[in-house]
Ligand binder design. Structure first.
Ligand code: BGC
Length: 344
């Protein structure tokens, strides 16, 4: 029996104690394990932000340790190209697909093709919505938003005028960040302690888009701003640029996420206040391990479930850490994520 046929039956069993156990049939004695090397397909929507390069490197490294081959495609921030990339990976015979969606709302057709070819699909970091995916591996993204908003509120002493720079509406993950932030901010906005003087969505998380949003806020509201709740380090970079132009950098609280090198350097210099450190190797290793298990018919445990609009997707959600100047070295540097000499 071929691996393809032996992988046809997907069974999901909800176990109250441990979460979802995902097992593709094919592990029984009558379904021999695959003899040739396993090939993992990795489709990235973009390699433009620093983090995706790291994710990719760590994924490849882990796959090599497991003895699997990896085929990688990058969509160059073009949703259409990513669909073609995925089609090509399926045609080239990958055993499983790991997808970092550029536009998670537009990949249903590609996921359908994978399912027809019996290729399991893992959503990496970003959920693909409204279709039948097998697994979601990400960080606890609601917690990312909560950590950003809580740090900001604490930094402002509970009161202030803020600008919110959201991630794009097309990214389901950006909605989760906002959801987490809203949980912290809603009562304070209601009581009037926090005033959102301006907010907008940064297209494709572009720094230039964030800079435009902050420029617009300053034009409309003046320089009386206490904080910029920037969704990630890329947009924080754009926001800081706008603040620098106005001579406000260092006076306004700025959030971020990803612990990009440039962001950690800004934190050391004082123009950005915090970031959320997402230990990418943990995620990439978990994804490579899960992909390998699905491809080789081994059962896999996913402790969480997250809805993608089509179903409750078995999910693995990794922990994140809020980082500022006080704990930058004991987290990001100690983990080997950045070198101390690059931050001094
Ligand atoms: C990721 C963030 C990243 C952003 C832009 C999001 O989906 O979760 O870590 O900063 O995309 O690439």
């Amino acid at each position: 029996m071929s691996v393809r046929t032996s992988l046809t039956c997907l069974s999901l069993v909800l176990s109250v104690a441990i979460g979802w156990t995902i097992s593709r049939s094919g592990t029984d004695a009558d379904s021999p394990a695959k003899e040739s090397r396993i090939v993992l397909g990795l489709s990235l929507g973009t390699l433009q932000q620093e983090r995706w390069i790291r994710d990719q490197e760590q994924f490849r490294k882990r796959a090599a340790e497991l003895g699997a081959d990896v085929l990688v495609q990058s969509g160059n921030s073009d949703g259409q190209k990513q669909i073609q990339d995925i089609e090509s990976l399926i045609t080239r015979g990958v055993d499983v697909l790991v997808i970092v969606a550029f536009n998670p709302a537009a990949l249903q057709k590609a996921v359908e093709l994978a399912q027809k070819a019996n290729v399991p699909v893992i959503c990496y970091d970003r959920m693909i919505i409204d279709c039948d995916v097998d697994l979601y591996i990400s960080f606890d993204n609601i917690r990312v938003g909560k950590l950003q908003a809580s740090a900001l509120v604490e930094g402002l002493g509970g009161r202030g005028r803020i600008v919110r720079v959201h991630g794009p509406k097309t990214d389901h993950t950006a909605q989760l960040f906002k959801q987490g932030q809203d949980q912290v901010l809603a009562p304070l906005i209601k009581s009037g302690a926090i005033e959102v003087v301006h907010e907008d969505y940064a297209e494709s998380y572009r720094p230039e888009a964030a800079k435009r949003i902050v420029n617009a806020a300053i034009t409309a509201q003046g320089r009386d701003l206490d904080a910029i709740l920037a969704v990630n380090d890329g947009t924080a970079g754009g926001a800081v640029q706008a603040l620098l132009d106005e001579g406000l950098a260092g006076e306004v609280y700025v959030t971020g996420q990803d612990a990009d090198l440039a962001a950690c350097q800004r934190i050391m210099r004082g123009s950005q206040t915090m970031t959320v450190y997402k230990p990418l190797p943990v995620l990439a290793i978990a994804a490579a391990d899960a992909a390998f298990k699905l491809a080789s018919g081994q059962p896999l445990i996913a402790p969480h479930a997250v809805s993608n609009g089509y179903k409750e997707v078995p999910s693995i959600l990794e922990e994140v850490i809020a980082v500022n100047r006080d704990n930058l070295f004991e987290t990001v540097v100690q983990d080997g994520f950045h070198r101390e000499e690059d931050l001094r």
